[in-house]
Design a protein around this ligand. Structure first.
Ligand code: NDP
Length: 325
């Protein structure tokens, strides 16, 4: 069973009519192949922007973690857990070669005794994105001020906690009071605000901290433009994502910035697997010693994938949104 995206998302929010379930037979395995049964499937914001840019239907889309249930490949024997970019499908035949859009090999999750779902979140693509963007691009120093948007989400919640570990003062923006409370009370953020309720975001920032040294931008749009105006000289901006503009044609009017602020867009895929897996090892270590707390929103059932995807785009998730199938 798989989901077809039958229409590129022309409107800002996709609807359930944009998806259909399709059935196909599982082929017989050839030499070197193995069959993976999905256990958790990921829904991620980039799916929204890819769908818009490509304007074509496609079916192999999204990370999942599953169990090998049949194998002709000694590297991936039965019962091993595998993370792959196999899309929203229950069964997938893989062969261990780089065969997906990010050229990631199927790999065994680096979770130790932690829950398997983390291999799609804090110990998967979003986690490595948070680590690499924060540590390699923002490079926060002790005492500096770091701002994170979509701070209660999969990437933002980890990025903010990494900045705390590095000794920064962390200010987060999220879209509900519950998320703000969670950031302050559970994730150790120094300051957090509901960007939907704040009437004067620049005033709020200016009265809270003396400018921002690092901005980890997950949202783009007006909120990002306002935050950029508060950057200190020598500041660093990690342009991680722009969820507020996906599917919209917004002119990106950049504000005038103080001297030598460096803005760098990035993708986790620009680092190779050895750097990505090293990032995941750091995060795992921090989770195991309690320095990073992980939040997840887990939905149940293959059929709820589209609802869960749409709910995540609307901000219903706290931490990583995944579907247990
Ligand atoms: P999240 O778990 O953060 O979920 C998406 C969140 O976006 C929602 O919960 C919602 O939270 C917020 N949001 C939705 N619409 C808006 C809006 N108009 N303005 C502000 N916030 C909004 O998703 P991820 O952590 O997986 O991804 C976060 C960002 O990182 C995305 O932009 C994504 O594309 C990007 N990304 C980039 C990668 C890279 O390699 N560069 C890799 C992975 C992700 P709220 O309630 O706070 O509004």
């Amino acid at each position: 069973v798989k989901y077809n995206v039958i229409k590129a998302f022309e409107n800002y929010l996709p609807t359930l009519n944009d998806f259909e379930i399709a059935h196909e037979n599982v082929p017989t395995l050839g030499p070197g192949e193995f069959l993976v049964k999905a256990v958790y499937i990921s829904v991620d914001p980039y799916m929204r922007s890819f769908a818009h840019r490509r304007k074509v239907p496609y079916e192999q889309f999204g990370f999942q973690v599953g169990k090998v249930v049949e194998s002709q490949n000694s590297e991936y024997p039965e019962n091993v857990n595998v993370v792959s970019h196999s899309g929203w499908r229950e069964y997938t035949v893989l062969n261990g070669n780089p065969d997906d859009i990010f050229s990631l090999k199927p790999y065994q999750p680096q979770i130790g005794n932690l829950p398997l779902s983390l291999s799609l979140g804090a110990l998967g693509m979003p986690g490595m994105t948070a680590y690499l963007g924060m540590v390699e691009i923002c490079k926060p120093k002790k005492g500096e001020v770091v701002c994170v948007t979509s701070a209660a989400g999969a990437v933002g919640s980890i990025a903010g906690q990494i900045a705390k570990i590095k000794g920064a003062t962390v200010i987060g923006f999220a879209g509900t009071d519950e998320k703000v409370q969670m950031l302050l009370e559970e994730l150790n953020f120094d300051h957090a605000f509901n960007y939907k309720k704040e009437k004067d975001i620049m005033g709020t920032i200016r009265s809270t901290v003396e400018g921002i040294d690092c901005y980890f931008d997950n949202v783009g749009g007006e909120l990002a433009m306002t935050i950029l105006k508060c950057m200190n000289p020598e500041g660093r901006v990690a342009e991680c994502g722009s969820i507020s503009t996906y599917g919209k044609s917004l002119a990106n009017k950049k504000p005038a910035l103080p001297g030598s602020v460096k803005i760098q867009s990035f993708s986790f895929a620009q680092w190779d697997w050895s750097q990505q897996s090293a990032a995941l090892q750091h995060i795992r270590h921090w989770i195991e010693k309690g320095a990073i707390k992980v939040k997840e929103t887990v939905a149940n059932g293959f059929e709820v994938l589209p609802d869960t995807f749409i709910a995540m785009l609307k901000g219903d998730n706290v931490g990583k949104s995944v579907v247990k199938v």
